[in-house]
Write a protein that binds this ligand. Structure first.
Ligand code: NAD
Length: 275
């Protein structure tokens, strides 16, 4: 069900499903969306320093009536704050804005060349100090992970990457599985861009489900954690109704076959700062 979890490499239980809050900039709209999500049973929120809404995330959680420890909060250190000391400082700022005393999952947002290893070392320290429950990274290709694994004392436990049926990331997901690194999909709906796909629409019609529900279910059955974003109440509900049906192997194969290595976001090897 909605509060199903995945047991991570360090035995922390991470919700398989949560709310992404990128581009939620309007204060009231952000608080309303998170409040709605928590009311209907969401137990994870994915934010970042870059999203400029950590204060709203903290406020919505505090006022929700759901105990803090029942909600899995993810935030990320932004690129301009990377390096060892800067990351420790950025973490303090995030913690203050969220107004929390720990964060569940803290991620390097993108692997900034010549900095991401030191950034991750600071995240390891925060983990040792029990200020975060899970150390992780985002947008790391296999070569970034290999570089980290060679230097890290504690392997990253989560890698949050762009995944959807048009960018299935088979090889990177296989590498992560082999290293016991859990994969979270960002833009799990391809920012809405995969929902017009004819194959997805026909599978949706056959199941009496929406295209978004089919895509999110495909992720879950591939052992991928999802954090779809919506501010629209009926979509916040719709996206959560993916635990009451199953896709047959044949449908999974059809969806797997849609891969075209198409990114809606940036390639980590070619990241442009000013986007
Ligand atoms: P998404 O794939 O979740 O798509 C969101 C968009 O799809 C919405 O704005 C809406 O237009 C549409 N949508 C949502 N539900 C729908 C429904 N049921 N029916 C029809 N359309 C629907 O894209 P996203 O916001 O880019 O990604 C989700 C989250 O991932 C973000 O909010 C953020 O938390 C995270 N993220 C992380 C990174 C990173 O670098 N780590 C990058 C991008 C996003």
């Amino acid at each position: 069900h909605l509060q199903s979890t995945k047991r991570l490499a360090n035995d922390v239980e991470m919700p398989l499903f949560g709310l992404g809050v990128y581009k939620m900039t309007d204060r009231d709209e952000t608080i309303a969306a998170i409040t709605k999500a928590l009311q209907i049973g969401y137990r994870a929120v994915d934010t970042a320093a870059l999203y400029y809404n950590e204060a709203e995330v903290g406020e919505a959680i505090r006022h929700s009536g759901v105990p803090r420890e029942e909600i899995f909060v993810t935030t990320k250190v932004w690129n301009s704050d990377q390096g060892y000391d800067n990351t420790l400082r950025a973490f303090e700022t995030s913690l203050k804005k969220l107004n929390m005393d720990y964060i569940d999952l803290y991620l390097t947002h993108w692997p900034v060349v010549e900095k991401f290893v030191d950034t991750y070392r600071a995240i390891e320290r925060l983990y040792n100090e029990k200020l975060i429950r899970v150390p992780g990274v985002s947008n790391h290709h296999q070569h970034h992970l290999e570089q980290l694994l060679a230097k890290a004392n504690i392997a990253p436990i989560v890698n949050q990457i762009e995944v959807h049926p048009y960018l299935s990331q088979q090889d990177l997901r296989a590498f992560c599985a082999q290293q016991d690194i859990a994969v979270t999909a960002w833009s799990p709906l391809g920012r809405g861009g995969v929902l017009v796909d004819e194959t997805i629409q026909s599978i949706a019609a056959a199941h009496g489900k929406s295209p978004a529900q089919i895509v999110l279910r495909w992720h879950l059955q591939n052992d991928i954690i999802v954090i779809p974003k919506s501010v629209t109440p009926h979509r916040i509900e719709e996206n959560a109704q993916i635990f009451d049906f199953e896709l047959a192997e044949q449908d999974m194969h059809k969806l797997d076959a849609l891969n075209q290595n198409k990114r809606f976001g940036q390639d980590p090897d070619n990241f442009k700062f000013d986007f």
